[in-house]
Design a protein around this ligand. Structure first.
Ligand SMILES: C[S@@+](CC[C@H](N)C(=O)[O-])C[C@H]1O[C@@H](n2cnc3c(N)ncnc32)[C@H](O)[C@@H]1O
Length: 215
C-alpha cells in the first residue's frame, strides 16, 4: 500500500489492468508473502515490479545489485532482464525470512544467476570492488544518504540506480521533519538532484522512486 494507492484505488486498478501480466511465480510469491509475513506491504508489488522488469530488459545488465531482498519479488522481476551471463547480488539481514526468497529463487529459471547473501549492505559496499549496471535500493531508510555515497564509486557511465520510497508517504514535503527516516530521505533526494555526475527524476509511482543515471 502506498500514499498514491490509498488516495485512488480505482485508478490503481485501472493501471494494473492495463499493464503486462505478472508471471505465475510472482503471483505465488506475492500470495505467500501476504500469508506468511507480518509486513507484506513491503513487497514491491505488481506495478513497480513490471517497471523494474522493463528497465532491466532495456539495460540487459551483466551485474545487478539489490539492497533489501525481503521475499525476493523485486529480485525475480530484475532477473528477467539479465544478460545471459549476467548475475544479480541481492542482500538482506533478515535470517528468519530467508527461507522464502531461497525457495522461490530455487524455483526460478534464473536460479543460477542469483547470489542471495545475508549480509549488511554497508558492510558489502565497503568490501566490494565490483561495478554495477543496475542498482535497486529498497532497505533501511536511515541509511539512504550513506548508500548514495557508497554506491557512487560502484557505478560507471550508463549505470542506473533506483531508490524506492523516496516520497515517504508524502512526508518529504515536511519542512522540518522530526522523523529521522524522513530527514535522511530528504537528504538523499537533495544529494541526487545536486550531483552533476548523475541525471535523475523522481517517478511518483507508488511511494516514489528516485531514478538516476550516471552520465
Ligand atoms: C522494503 S523491504 C524490501 C522489499 C523488496 N525489495 C521487494 O520488492 O519485495 C526492506 C528489506 O530491507 C532489509 N534490510 C534492512 N536493513 C538492511 C541492511 N542494512 N542491509 C541489507 N538489507 C537490509 C530488511 O530486512 C527488509 O527485508
Amino acid at each position: 500500500m502506498s500514499f498514491f494507492e490509498e488516495k485512488n484505488p480505482e485508478m490503481d486498478r485501472y493501471l494494473e489492468n492495463h499493464a503486462s501480466a505478472e508471471p505465475e511465480i510472482l503471483k505465488k510469491l506475492r500470495r505467500e508473502t501476504f500469508q506468511k509475513t507480518t509486513q507484506p506491504h513491503m513487497i514491491s508489488g505488481y506495478q513497480q515490479g513490471r517497471l523494474l522488469t522493463i528497465i532491466s530488459k532495456i539495460l540487459q545488465p551483466k551485474n545487478i545489485l539489490e539492497i533489501g531482498t525481503f521475499t525476493g519479488y523485486a529480485t525475480l522481476c530484475l532477473t528477467e532482464g539479465l544478460s545471459k551471463d549476467g548475475k544479480i547480488t541481492t542482500l538482506d539481514v533478515n535470517e528468519d525470512l530467508a527461507y522464502l526468497p531461497k525457495k522461490y529463487f530455487s524455483e526460478s529459471e534464473y536460479s543460477h544467476q542469483i547470489d542471495f547473501r545475508l549480509q549488511d549492505a554497508k558492510e558489502f559496499l565497503k568490501e566490494t570492488n565490483a561495478f554495477f549496471d543496475l542498482i535497486f535500493i529498497d532497505a533501511d531508510k536511515e541509511n539512504y544518504a550513506e548508500y548514495f555515497r557508497l554506491i557512487k564509486p560502484r557505478t560507471k557511465s550508463g549505470s542506473v540506480v533506483m531508490f524506492d520510497n523516496v516520497l515517504w508517504y508524502g512526508k518529504v514535503l515536511e519542512e522540518q521533519p522530526k522523523q529521522k527516516s524522513t530527514q535522511i530521505i530528504k537528504e538523499l533526494n537533495d544529494l541526487a538532484a545536486k550531483d552533476d555526475d548523475f541525471e535523475n527524476l523522481i517517478l511518483p509511482l507508488r511511494d516514489g522512486i528516485n531514478l538516476l543515471r550516471r552520465k
